[in-house]
Ligand binder design. Structure first.
Ligand SMILES: *Cc1c(COP(=O)(O)O)cnc(C)c1O
Length: 479
């Protein structure tokens, strides 16, 4: 399902800007909710992050570059940790926050996550290798995925991860086999498909749970999976897990999924005599890419979810096996997304006549779908701003596009930029921390941009830029 709403919001007629993007009062204004906390403009209009201006930064590291505000990332991580711990301590055995590494992971970020007291979700051997290299505490690592290989399972158990989330009956057998082979007991959770799917502003309850992830709740499949796990000495059932979608802006979907998970938790307690100490509600909390998005804060999410879980636990009542489980969540996007912007240099500019006196400027930058495939993949919306100077020029309607050989290679579908924009200017696209570097490619043999962390006025490359030599190194030439 395409979760995009710009289609419906686009104004009729000449193909002008969407309704959420009116002609701006001040084309240089920054919407604070789209940018890392420390981003400002200096006296010359240059964007600065943690006190460092982007002209100097571009000089040092080149463009395109992903620029991450380290303190902003840490603050968002801490906010989730603290704002969930407090309300959940009151109604459950407490809360843990697993940063979903698939949104963006490298060794430095794994270390920040560990230092801020969060746990870490990985979903491949590669992500696990990063956690391992960062020395991430093994018991705080969760391992996901619907088709983990035997080698990946071995690596996870060898490292001693705190939980493996099981996704199918095949996998119950596989993990049990590897645990037996290694002589360990594997801590596992069951991923339950609760029949709730949430995207952006709405959620739907789906009857048939027709998707690749997890054990269906309907038909008793998830319950049978629990029985299967409990019959094996090499597996320790820690609890139930569900993840209902992404870029979610309200808690209605979580209410439905918590109700269903807790119902199953109680049934496992009653009928199988097992108390699972954990419940995981997954991630998917929304963030703002443009002015059309109004995400809940971690504080609001923590309060609302603790309230929901507390209510549902009351419904199933207390008793022997009703000791209240510990709850975990798995935010990725909401932590790393807003902490990062992409810095590009403007190349060519052309004007297209849209009729009735309207024009659109096509502004080409030195990256594109290789460093941010989300517009092409999901019709995702972004915004951008002139970053290297001030301008008094009139706003012009622009579409920022990449340098790749596809007309769908769009970075920002609609934005107002000053009409004196020129080749060599820098523009910055906020909100690119999640699923941009992670989903990047080398399309058109384009070396991938670096990730640069800025803190206290200093830039530090945490993932270096790829080079043409890196690309050629994989290409086994005939000799
Ligand atoms: C993708 C994913 C997440 C994180 O989703 P975000 O939208 O980045 O918060 C969390 N848990 C699971 C199981 C996922 O697949």
């Amino acid at each position: 399902m395409r979760s995009h709403e710009a289609g419906a919001l686009h104004a009729e007629g000449y193909g002008g800007p969407p309704l959420y993007l009116p002609y701006p009062q001040d084309v240089m204004a920054l919407l604070p909710q789209l940018w890392p906390e420390s981003v400002r403009r200096d006296d010359e209009g240059r964007l600065t992050v943690a006190g460092l201006d982007v002209v100097t930064l571009a000089h040092e590291v080149g463009t395109p570059a992903y620029v991450i505000d380290e303190d902003d990332f840490r603050a968002r991580a801490r906010a989730f940790r603290d704002d969930f711990a407090k309300p959940f301590d009151a109604v459950t055995g407490g809360a843990d926050v697993y940063y979903a590494g698939k949104a963006f992971l490298c060794t430095a970020v794994a270390k920040w996550v560990a230092e801020e007291g969060l746990s870490l979700d990985v979903c491949s051997g590669g992500e696990l290798a990063v956690a391992r290299r960062a020395g991430f505490p093994a018991e705080r690592v969760g391992f996901h995925g619907n088709n983990k290989s035997l080698d990946e399972i071995r690596a996870a158990l060898d490292y001693g991860v705190g939980r493996i989330v099981l996704d199918s009956f095949t996998e119950i057998q596989r993990v049990a086999d590897v645990a037996t082979e290694l002589g360990v007991v594997a801590p596992v959770m069951l991923r339950v498909t609760v029949g709730v799917e949430a995207h952006t502003h709405e959620f739907i309850a789906t009857g048939h749970e027709d998707q690749k992830f997890g054990f269906s709740l309907s038909g008793g499949q998830a319950f049978e999976a629990a029985r299967d796990v409990l019959e094996r000495d090499s597996l320790d059932l820690r609890g139930l897990h569900s993840h209902i979608g992404s870029q979610i802006f309200d808690t209605g979907g979580f209410e439905m999924s918590a109700r269903r998970l807790i119902g199953l938790h109680a049934r496992i307690a009653d009928e199988l005599g097992h108390h699972s100490p954990e419940i995981d509600l997954g991630g998917g909390f929304g963030m703002a890419y443009t002015s059309q998005h109004t995400p809940l804060s971690p504080g609001e999410l923590g309060e609302q979810l603790a309230d929901i879980v507390g209510r549902e636990l009351k419904v199933v009542g207390d008793g022997d096996l009703r000791q209240v489980p510990r709850v975990s969540i798995e935010p990725g996007r909401a932590i790393v997304g807003p902490s990062t912007f992409t810095l590009y240099e403007v190349g060519t500019i052309k004007q297209v006549d849209l009729g009735d006196g309207h024009t659109r400027a096509y502004v080409s930058v030195d990256g594109g779908m290789s460093d941010n495939v989300r517009p092409a993949l999901y019709e995702a919306d972004y915004s951008c701003t002139l970053a290297d100077r001030s301008s008094e020029a009139e706003p012009m309607l622009a579409r920022v596009v990449g340098k790749h050989c596809e007309s769908g290679d769009i970075v920002v579908l609609d934005e107002w930029l000053p009409a004196d924009l020129a080749p060599g200017d820098l523009i910055a696209v906020p909100g690119t921390g999640a699923y941009c570097r992670a989903l990047s490619s080398q399309y058109n043999h384009t070396p991938r941009p670096p990730v640069v962390a800025v803190r206290d006025g200093e830039a530090r490359v945490i993932v270096r830029r790829e080079t043409i030599d890196d690309l050629l190194a994989l290409d086994v030439a005939e000799s």
